[in-house]
Design a protein. Structure first.
Length: 555
């Protein structure tokens, strides 16, 4: 079997997230490439949560709605997901709580009396998922030693009891289908946020400041856990306003810094963003999108903040905006974005979404390009220091406090080269020209990168246009249906020349986005490119591969 999907469901608090990761790591041991889609409500306990773990011989970055196995810890998991089963789907379920008459007809089903087993083993209820995983592993023909090795590596508390419970589940069921070992080396499994964090560290990150806001919260948790390993300062201030201002303070003192947030937090940061634009203080912002307006759905996904990010902040100033599409791109472009913000002393924004931030990927470092940590332009100490020296590139040499030989004055007001407030017309104009001159040189430097990627049937006149996490589903759908797929990575400054080259020969352009207005379609229209059709989804859930292919066939 070259492609296999399993859904595990239960209520919040049942440990579904960890159970999904353990299943993925079992399949990873067999050489498969993985992607995990997580769906959960914005509550701590109760409700319904599930993960879809997809394994394939080839690299993937999207899930399927139709699954090969359904693991049900409660009745809701059967009631809500029976429509995701196929004729050959098998179920492993808790027979103590799931009513057998509600199971989808014609499907193989293996019931485990989980509550009974927990009582007999004197195990806490959360270990029910270990028992269920044991039964699932036996059902797909996984050897016990592989399951034991994965459990020992991933469970730190009560491992002996977990193994005993898992073994009970393993012995209770029979093998239904054998998942063969494939000839791929195992790869590390990373969430998009973990890839972003590692990319930032690769780019020289020294401090990370954030207020927890889904879906960027796990990036804060990850970097806090790894702070000692990477010699990082990780701070959780009292609000998003404090986050951006504290980060600008770190940057003023010469520390490479990044902040993380979502749309609502970014709203509060916009005045600080403008301060960074005027004061030319380097700052890198990770914005994980989720549905709005306002609080919207905190634990679901969207791509509705593109225009907000491109236009946020009062006044005009250059910015760098990149939207990676998978874990490898998240790693690479997070490092590049941090370097760009320091090289050009301008805000860099890494625009991602819940699907990428919390999705789990098989991470292949060999697919990541060459990276380096670039040094910013520094003061040569030959002349009196001017913080905003007007140079050919617009980039002023930096000095940092405390430097006894330099007065490092930054100013949110209109200012001259020294950073002294001024309202003189000539100086105001020249300083604005200086700031925008940086974008000209940034555009030139960016040409060394692949800013627009093309996949699928590159000679097809029917093309899909996508951005961000929709890369995975569009690329696979394009390959399956013989379509060209175009993915702009950098959205500001927009790579006009590379984009024009990518759409050459395209007669029908279909834009796929997770918003209700087609924000990327509107953006490319500014550059004279019309989109023929839009496939939009804005219910907080990402496209699945089978769903997108069905909608494409209708075109």
């Amino acid at each position: 079997m070259s492609d296999f999907s399993v859904l595990i469901g239960g209520k919040a608090g049942d440990g579904i997230d960890m159970a999904g990761l353990i299943i993925a790591r079992i399949l990873n041991q067999l050489g498969y490439r993985l992607y995990i889609y997580r769906d959960y409500p914005s509550i701590i306990r109760g409700g319904h949560t599930f993960s879809i773990i997809r394994a394939s011989e080839n690299k993937i970055a999207t899930h399927l709605n139709k699954v090969d196995s359904l693991l049900a810890l409660n009745q809701d998991s059967v009631d809500f997901h029976s429509d995701k089963t196929k004729d050959n789907t098998f179920l492993v379920y808790d027979s103590d709580v799931v009513k057998s008459e509600t199971l989808p007809p014609g499907r193989q089903a293996l019931g485990l009396p989980l509550e009974k087993i927990m009582k007999e083993e004197d195990a806490p209820a959360v270990m029910r998922n270990s028992c269920l995983i044991g039964g699932f592993a036996k059902a797909i023909g996984v050897e016990w030693n592989i399951l034991e090795r994965v459990l020992r590596k991933n469970i730190s508390k009560g491992i002996d009891l977990n193994l005993r419970v898992a073994h009970r589940g393993y012995e209770e069921v029979k093998e239904l289908v054998r998942i063969d070992i494939v000839a791929n080396p195992s790869l590390p499994l990373l969430t998009g946020n973990e890839a972003i964090g590692l990319g930032l560290v690769r780019g020289g990150l020294r401090a990370y400041i954030a207020y927890p806001m889904t879906p960027s919260s796990s990036l804060l948790h990850f970097l806090a856990q790894k702070a000692e390993d990477f010699a990082l300062k990780v701070v959780h201030p009292e609000s998003e306003i404090a986050v951006i201002l504290m980060a600008l303070g770190f940057s003023y003192a010469g520390e490479r810094v990044a902040v993380g947030t979502s749309g609502g937090g970014f709203c509060l940061m916009t005045e600080g963003l403008s301060l960074a634009g005027m004061a030319e203080v380097p700052i890198t912002i990770i914005l994980g999108q989720r549905p709005g307006p306002s609080t919207g759905m905190p634990t679901h996904t969207a791509q509705s903040d593109l225009h907000f990010v491109l236009n946020a902040g009062q006044g005009e100033f250059p910015r760098f905006v990149v939207s990676p599409g998978d874990a490898e791109e998240a790693y690479f472009w997070s490092s590049v974005a941090l370097n760009i913000s320091w090289k050009y002393q301008t805000p860099s924004i890494i625009l991602v979404d819940k699907s990428l931030c919390e999705g789990v990927y098989s991470f292949d470092i060999d697919l990541v390009g060459e990276l380096g940590e670039e040094s910013p332009v520094l003061w040569d100490r030959e002349k009196p220091y001017k913080r905003y020296l007007d140079t050919e590139t617009g980039v002023s040499p930096l000095a940092f406090v405390p430097d006894k030989e330099a007065i490092v004055k930054v100013d949110s007001y209109a200012h001259d080269e020294f950073g002294i407030t001024t309202e003189e017309a000539e100086k105001i104009g020249s300083m604005q020209d200086k700031r925008w001159r940086k974008e000209k040189y940034l555009r030139k430097e960016l040409e060394q990168y692949e800013l627009v990627r093309v996949y699928g049937n590159k000679s097809s006149s029917f093309a899909l246009l996508c951005w961000g996490s929709n890369k995975g589903v569009c690329v696979e759908a394009g390959e399956n249906l013989g379509l060209k797929v175009i993915q702009p990575l950098v959205l500001s400054p927009f790579p006009v020349r590379q984009f024009q080259d990518a759409i050459n020969g395209v007669k029908k352009l279909v834009c796929v986005e997770n918003n209700s207005t087609g924000q990327l379609a509107s953006l490319v229209n500014r550059y004279g490119v019309g989109v023929d059709e839009k496939i939009l989804k804005y219910d907080g859930r990402p496209f699945s591969l089978d769903e997108l292919e069905e909608r494409l066939r209708k075109l």
